[in-house]
Structures are given as structure tokens and as C-alpha cells.
Design a protein around this ligand. Structure first.
Ligand code: 8Y4
Length: 263
């Protein structure tokens, strides 16, 4: 899964048409590098990011989804917490809803998933983006996230969603300390018992900055590749990444090494 951020700061100032064009070209580049899903997001979930209004978020993501769907058969995932954005994204050609707020109270997002039949990524987050990193506490992070997955699958299925539509994601960095993130990464295989595909997003995240003392997100790619290989070995189905060609190469190599020799 290649990440396509369509927040204004991710573009030079070239006007709306240019911005859509630049975004679509970037998406097509990732497809040519081997991405099978493009995850399009118009709202930053970083702790001190400004909240985005509905109209702004729609204006950012919908034209990009329409233009990409017209030019490629790649699966399009919409990264949004807003049901209305998800609804219009599905109408525009998205086939997956990536929900970092699967801990939501309201059922409307799941009713949309049920009605439309699209895929749904249920990501774990403790708290809310603005405050989630202030003091994350778990009694046992593995037990609690497994319980969250089981509970969420039940609630989602109650809205008419088929289990087969759902992927699960531990949500690295979302209300978790470095130790919580490491514990989850070490034990990714313990979520296999839920019988749903797992998605993992570690690309460029700040846990690498803390653990490895790498200031710039772009310099954290090697750490992300190590985690991608680790996660692949543990059975994770989808890797969410900024660095598609590098990730595809690392995983293809890993796969070749793992294959039982026929000589
Ligand atoms: C540089 C750029 C450093 C971005 C960090 C970041 C996940 C996700 C995000 C994830 C799923 C991010 C939308 C955080 N992370 N969706 N979204 N899983 N399913 N930070 O782990 O990429 S945004």
C-alpha cells in the first residue's frame, strides 16, 4: 500500500489542477513500482496538526480519487475519519476505507461499509490524535489490542459488514509508547488467531527517531524496510509505506530466501 498525502503542505504552490496532477502522477509512479493499493488521505493525524473541515477534505481527496480511478485499476483506499468523505470517496472510485478511528462510537461508518461492500481497515488507536501520545497506558498492550479487535469485529458485523471485508491494524504510534510499539511488532503473529489479514504502517514513523536517533523522516527508510521484512515473516498481508520500490524489492528478496529450494 503506497501512501499518498494530499495535504496542502505536501505540494509546492501550483494551483488546484496542478496539485491533482502531481498527486495522480505520484500515485501512478507508486503503482509502477509495485503498489497494489494507494491510500489517499487529506487530513493529518499528527498531534499538533490543524483539524480539517469537511469541505476542505473533500476538495483535497475527491478530485484525486476520480482522476486516479480514470487512469488506473489500482485499488484505492480512502484514509479518513469522516463518514461523508468516505461515502463520496467510494462513489468516486475508492474500494477500501482506512479508518484510524475504528474506536468510534457512531455506527454510520460501518453502515456505509455494509451498504457499499467495500473493504475496511480497522486500526487501533488509544484516545484521539491530538492527545494520544501524551501518556499512553496499557495494563497489557497485546491483550488489550486483541480484545479491541475481537470487540470491533463483533460491533462491525452487527452493522451488516461481512468479516471478509475487514482488515486489522495495530496502529503503530497511535496512543503507544516506543515500548508498546516494539511489543506489538514482536508479537504480530499473535493476531493471526483472529483470522483476518493484518495491515501494518511503520513507514518513517517517529518510533524510529526515538529508537535509532534519526531526525529526518526520510532517513528512516531502512528501519521501515527491516520492519516490513519482519512483519512479512510474521504473516502481515499489507505494508503501508511511502517507499514502494524499496519495500517491494526487500519483500521480494525475503520471499526468495524463504522459498524452499527445489535443487
Ligand atoms: C512521516 C510521515 C512520519 C507520516 C510519520 C507519518 C497509519 C495509517 C497513518 C497506520 C493505517 C503516519 C493514516 C501516520 N498511519 N493508517 N495512517 N495504519 N491503517 N505518520 O499505521 O504515516 S498516518
Amino acid at each position: 500500500m503506497g501512501i499518498l498525502n494530499v495535504t496542502p503542505d505536501s505540494f509546492s504552490d501550483g494551483g488546484h489542477f496542478t496539485q491533482v496532477e502531481v498527486a495522480v502522477e505520484h500515485a501512478l509512479q507508486m503503482v509502477s513500482e509495485g503498489a497494489e493499493i494507494i491510500d489517499i488521505g487529506g487530513e493529518s493525524t499528527r498531534p499538533n496538526a490543524d483539524p480539517v473541515g469537511l469541505e476542505d477534505e473533500l476538495q483535497r481527496v475527491i478530485p484525486v480519487i476520480e482522476a486516479l480511478a480514470a487512469r488506473s485499476d489500482v485499488s484505492i483506499s480512502i484514509d479518513t475519519r469522516k463518514v461523508e468523505v468516505a461515502r463520496q470517496a467510494v462513489d468516486a472510485g475508492a474500494s477500501i476505507i482506512n479508518d484510524v478511528e475504528a474506536n468510534r462510537q457512531d455506527k454510520a461508518m460501518w453502515e456505509l461499509v455494509a451498504r457499499s461492500g467495500v473493504g475496511y481497515v480497522a486500526m487501533h488507536m488509544q484516545g484521539q490524535p491530538g492527545t494520544m501520545q501524551q501518556n499512553p497506558v496499557y495494563e497489557d498492550v497485546l491483550v488489550e489490542i486483541r480484545a479491541f479487535f475481537e470487540h470491533s469485529l463483533k460491533r462491525i458485523e452487527c452493522c451488516g459488514v461481512k468479516k471478509e471485508q475487514v482488515m486489522l491494524d495495530v496502529g503503530i504510534g497511535f496512543g503507544k509508547t516506543l515500548d508498546h510499539n516494539l511489543a506489538l511488532l514482536r508479537s504480530l503473529d499473535t493476531f493471526g488467531c483472529l483470522n483476518r489479514p493484518l495491515l501494518l504502517g511503520v513507514s518513517r514513523k517517529s518510533m524510529f527517531g526515538k529508537l535509532l536517533d534519526v531526525e529526518s523522516p526520510k532517513d528512516r527508510m531502512p528501519a521501515g524496510l527491516a520492519c516490513a521484512c519482519w512483519a512479512f515473516e510474521k504473516g502481515v498481508a499489507v505494508i503501508r509505506t511511502h517507499d514502494v520500490s524499496e519495500t517491494v524489492q526487500a519483500l521480494r528478496m525475503w520471499d526468495a530466501l524463504r522459498r524452499v529450494s527445489t535443487i
